[in-house]
Structure formats: structure tokens, C-alpha cells
Design a protein around this ligand. Structure first.
Ligand SMILES: [Cu+2]
Length: 270
């Protein structure tokens, strides 16, 4: 059963709320293990320049403070939000497609949430909360593109069936052709074992069935990493993904040290 209230939490998640897909999207074999950790950056922080919204005065007027690119955010302790963490390999169960949509809102000429996960085939509800025109343009590689405008506040489009993302794809970029600073990323999976890092870079994937997996991370600025991981029933395994400069160049396959904290939980390098 999909818990509607918790799905709303998933959709509205901003920085500060670590989001776990397996906490909200059931409908298949669920277990009792937890995989959690942090997303960190040990390399130099990227330079942060406020977004220039001057091209659309309506957008600029919506903010009293400077807005910064979400993908470049780094907290003072080096932790990073908006990383997508998921089980890349090893999930064997079949999971239902939730009928409750994932929501993306256009608010203050930014997408909220900026990064989110969903199950392939799950409806996508796209809303315009702004007094200006937006264009929603998805740029998938394995799924069908969509590209339409929402010229007024209050408009919404529900994409479902063949109109939503029907195939697993990590990640799908969504952008606005009117406001070049606007982007969002969807991690489309066949299962609910994903999370998005929040404040403190923290993330948590709950209800994982016992087994061996490949745990992977994606971040728009810093690239991808993965690590083999094994969990037992009831165990909690912790893993910190740390992006160094070398790992940040492009897609890489970095196997990192993992700390196991469950009774017989462990994660090992092969
Ligand atoms: Cu826009």
C-alpha cells in the first residue's frame, strides 16, 4: 500500500529532509535492514555565484535574497545535499508501480524538489506555482522526451501511462527552456530503495531485504561512485561516500572503505 501522506513528504522534500523511497513506496518484498550514511566532499568547494534571474523580472521579484545553484551547495562541514543514493544491482523483488504521483513544483523559478526518485511508470505531477511562464523539458536517454509549457500560475499537468518515465534511468534531467538556471533530476528505478541526501549530507534507505547489493551514488556536480554492500535482516550498515577531486571528474567506479555497524552487517571491498 502506498502511504499518501508520506509520498507528499517525499515530493516536498527540500534541503534538510533526507528522503527514503523505501519509507514511502511499498508494494513488493520489503525487508528489515537499513543502509544509511552521508555524502561528503573532500575536494575544494565550487565557487558559488548567485543566480542571475534578471532575464525574467517576475522571477527576480519573487526573491528578497540571492538564490544559488542547488547542485553546488556544500555545507560548512563538507557535507552535500541533493545526492541520489540507490541500490544499483542486487534487488530481485518485483515492485508495484505506485498510482500516487511524484510532484514537481515550480516555485520562485526553481524546481522543488531539485532531485527526486521515483518508480518507473509512476505518474508525475508537474505544477506551476509562479506568476510567470515555464517550459518543462525532459531530456531522458532511455525514456520518451516531453516538452510543454505552463504559461500561468496554477496550471498543472499529470503525466501518466506512456507519458511518464516508464523505464529505469539514473538520472533524467528536466530543464526549463525559458529560465536556463532551472534544472531538476529524476532517478527512475524499478524498486523503492533510494534516498536523496539532505542537511548534513545524510541519507537513509530503509526496509531493505537481506542480501548483497551494489550501492551507488550520483551527484550532478561530483559524479558517481559505487560500493558492494551486504546486509542481514535487522542490520544497519553505514557508508560515507566521499567525493575527492579525482572522483569528481566524471563517472568513476570508486570502491571505498565502509563501516558496518549492524550485528552481522558488513560491507566489503571485493
Ligand atoms: Cu522556467
Amino acid at each position: 500500500m502506498v502511504n499518501v501522506k508520506r509520498v507528499a513528504v517525499l515530493c516536498l522534500a527540500a534541503v534538510g529532509v533526507a528522503v527514503s523511497g523505501s519509507d514511502v513506496l511499498a508494494g513488493g518484498p520489503m525487508g528489515t535492514a537499513t543502509i544509511k550514511g552521508k555524502a561528503m566532499l573532500s575536494a575544494a568547494k565550487p565557487s558559488m555565484r548567485a543566480i542571475d534571474m534578471g532575464a525574467d523580472k517576475a522571477c527576480a521579484a519573487m526573491h528578497s535574497k540571492p538564490q544559488y545553484p542547488q547542485g553546488k551547495m556544500v555545507f560548512p562541514d563538507g557535507s552535500i545535499p541533493y545526492a541520489f543514493i540507490y541500490l544499483k544491482d542486487g534487488v530481485t523483488g518485483k515492485y508495484d508501480t505506485p498510482s500516487t504521483p511524484v510532484e514537481i513544483d515550480q516555485q520562485g523559478c526553481m524546481y522543488r524538489p531539485h532531485v527526486f526518485g521515483m518508480i518507473a511508470g509512476q505518474p508525475l505531477l508537474i505544477k506551476n506555482n509562479d506568476d510567470t511562464a515555464h517550459n518543462i523539458h525532459a531530456l531522458p536517454k532511455k525514456n520518451a522526451q516531453f516538452n510543454f509549457s505552463q504559461p500561468k500560475k496554477g496550471l498543472e499537468n499529470k503525466l501518466e501511462g506512456s507519458k511518464t518515465f516508464t523505464r529505469p534511468e539514473v538520472m533524467v534531467k528536466i530543464k526549463c527552456d525559458v529560465h536556463p538556471w532551472m534544472s531538476a533530476y529524476a532517478g527512475v528505478l524499478s524498486h523503492p530503495f533510494f534516498a536523496v541526501s539532505g542537511k548534513g549530507g545524510e541519507w537513509e534507505i530503509k526496509n531493505v531485504p537481506a542480501g548483497k547489493y551494489t550501492l551507488a551514488i550520483w551527484h550532478e556536480e561530483w559524479g558517481t561512485m559505487e560500493v558492494p554492500i551486504e546486509v542481514a535482516d535487522g542490520a544497519t550498515v553505514e557508508h560515507t561516500f566521499t567525493y575527492s577531486k579525482a572522483a569528481a571528474q566524471r563517472d568513476v567506479n570508486v570502491r571505498e572503505v565502509t563501516v558496518g555497524s549492524g550485528p552481522i552487517a558488513r560491507a566489503s571491498n571485493p
